[in-house]
Design a protein around this ligand. Structure first.
Ligand SMILES: Cc1cc2nc3c(=O)[nH]c(=O)nc-3n(C[C@H](O)[C@H](O)[C@H](O)COP(=O)(O)OP(=O)(O)OC[C@H]3O[C@@H](n4cnc5c(N)ncnc54)[C@H](O)[C@@H]3O)c2cc1C
Ligand code: SF4
Length: 495
């Protein structure tokens, strides 16, 4: 245990973020860091409880509770407190291949389940995780570790997001020859094209990819399986195939005016900006610009929030974010949302904090639904017509949104970004391999087993689970690797 009474004596501390008005002038990460001494005392707040809910990842009421990769949190908190950083790093790598990703972008369900959080503020787990891995890189402790011997088995992985990378890292560790196919020009999936640079610097992704390459993983970019290489050819040529293609089919929003100029999918907007930034520091102009635009983002989730932050950096005139959900309470509702569930409380995410600092208010509109887009004479979107909504239970017992009469409003807009979610994986691989799908159209494969309806073919990450979190993708990639290893070798030593 760190200290028996640390949680009573020391208050929770988070590193400061860069000034919101300053940071929107660039595309750099916005988090700053705590000193080693501050981290040590934060580690001392961990009470090493008998049943550490923080590291017991599970789904509760539709959300994550505790750490989905089962990070050994109390152990590394204690090691940090004792200044044993190298041991803390080894302990962290036992359960998580990529703590530098989760340490930056994970919503930290571990902190929502921390026992100290029952009576006060939880331990700053996510920040300690990121500090351990960054210290590891700074000290030169994170080095390629190729396997001692090869098994002669060949595994193809389709998709290079966190699920594909985690599966590749583990299968390579087991001695298999791993090839990762990616249709984009850069490796990383949504870590590269999706999550903006200010949340996750792309050099951090490339740094890890270089280690995997040095360990022996082969990466093939600009190659779409199903188009450039027929899916069945991959199955025939490899001993096993792991599908980690994500859930990238955008959910349509078929309302009047959807076809107007200036109405785009969020991912086209975000990815164009990231690619142009990486290719040319935005000088090639190959992206949808929000400069001087009145922007409305439809969708209250992570993707919508990233659109708000990106629009601010483009220099938009105004930005508003619509969500169908109600405004969350300021403190956890202990009856409807008890510990250790993920706490549903009102907070300002980085983008909303930035918009508030610039324009004076939270850019979000809650419990709102867009009913139609209206245009000017040239077919450009000009305004959005909306109505407030409430959630009711209909006569069949289903929860549905119902418009509230008399609450109609009109919002001027010249750029609209649709970020209302995803409808499962794209159909090419599914159709070519005749894969069974679940009722949400994801590839059907039991959690923990990952075997699809096709022989030798496994599926993991968003492609199996639906759009989710980086940490779940890492969890599934690791577990799928173990199942593939068992399939190939009869047993497995992988965790
Ligand atoms: C804008 C945005 C922001 C997000 N922010 C966060 C966040 O802050 N924190 C968090 O935890 N989660 C976040 N998420 C969710 C998270 O990124 C995903 O859950 C996670 O990346 C899923 O990993 P994956 O490996 O399953 O799939 P993906 O990351 O989607 O990777 C799939 C890859 O497969 C490739 N591919 C698909 N089909 C083929 C094919 N036929 N041939 C070759 N390649 C193919 C795709 O090009 C893609 O690169 C965010 C998602 C989005 C969209
Ligand atoms: S991966 Fe996420 S849930 Fe797990 S310890 Fe890190 S921040 Fe917490």
């Amino acid at each position: 245990m760190s200290t028996p009474t640390g949680f009573m004596e020391i208050t929770r501390q988070l590193p400061a973020d860069r000034d919101p008005v300053e940071r929107i002038k660039d595309w750099e990460e916005f988090h700053l860091h705590l000193s080693d001494e501050e981290l040590r005392s934060q580690g001392a707040r961990c009470m090493d409880c008998g049943t550490p809910y923080c590291h017991t990842g599970m789904e509760l009421s539709g959300g994550a509770s505790g750490c989905p990769v089962n990070n050994l949190i109390p152990e590394w908190n204690n090691l940090i407190y004792r200044d044993q950083w190298r041991d803390a790093l080894d302990r962290l790598h036992k359960t998580n291949n990529f703590p530098e990703f989760t340490g930056r972008v994970c919503p930290a369900p571990c902190e929502g389940a921390c026992t100290v959080g029952l009576i006060g503020s939880p331990v700053t787990i996510k920040n300690i995780e990121n500090s351990i891995i960054e210290r590891g890189f700074d000290e030169g402790w994170v080095v390629p570790q190729p396997p001692f011997e090869r098994t002669g088995k060949r595994v193809a992985i389709v998709g290079s997001g966190p699920a594909g990378l985690a599966a590749a890292a583990q299968l390579n560790k087991a001695g298999h020859e791993v090839t990762v196919y990616e249709r984009a020009d850069r490796i990383g999936g949504l870590l590269m094209y999706g999550i903006p640079t200010m949340k996750l610097d792309k050099k951090v992704v490339e740094r890890r990819v270089q280690i995997l390459e040095a360990e022996g993983v082969k990466f093939v970019t600009n190659t779409e399986i199903g188009k450039d290489i027929p899916s069945q050819q991959l199955v025939d040529e490899f001993d096993a195939v792991v599908l980690c293609g994500g859930a990238t089919k955008p959910r349509e929003f078929n309302i009047e005016g959807r076809e107007l100029k200036g109405v785009h999918y969020a991912m086209d907007y975000l990815n164009g900006t990231i690619k142009s930034y990486l290719d040319s520091n935005l000088e090639d102009g190959n992206y949808i610009s929000a400069k001087d635009q009145d922007v409305i983002v439809i969708g209250g989730g992570d993707t919508g929030t990233d659109c708000v932050a990106t629009a601010l950096r483009h220099g938009c005139r105004s930005v508003t974010q619509f969500g169908t959900h109600t405004k969350a309470p300021l403190t956890r509702d202990s009856i409807a949302n008890p510990w250790p569930q993920f706490p549903n409380v009102y907070t300002l995410d980085y983008a909303q904090e930035e918009a508030k600092a610039l324009y004076g208010n939270d850019p979000r509109e809650f419990s709102i639904m867009t009913t139609r887009f209206a245009s000017d004479e040239e077919g450009n979107v000009k305004e959005l017509h909306t109505v407030q909504i409430e959630r009711i239970v209909d006569e069949t017992g289903r929860k549905i949104y119902q418009p509230i009469p008399g609450t109609e409003r009109v919002f001027p807009a010249s750029l609209v970004l649709i970020a209302i979610g995803f409808d499962g994986p794209e159909s090419t691989l599914v159709d070519q391999l005749k894969l069974e799908q679940d009722r949400r159209s994801n590839v059907k494969a039991e959690y923990g087993k990952y075997q699809t309806s096709a022989e030798k073919v496994f599926a993991a990450g968003d492609m199996r689970r639906g759009q989710s979190l980086v940490v779940w993708a890492i969890n599934e990639g690791r577990e799928a690797a173990r199942e593939v290893d068992k399939f190939l070798m009869g047993s497995s030593l992988l965790p």
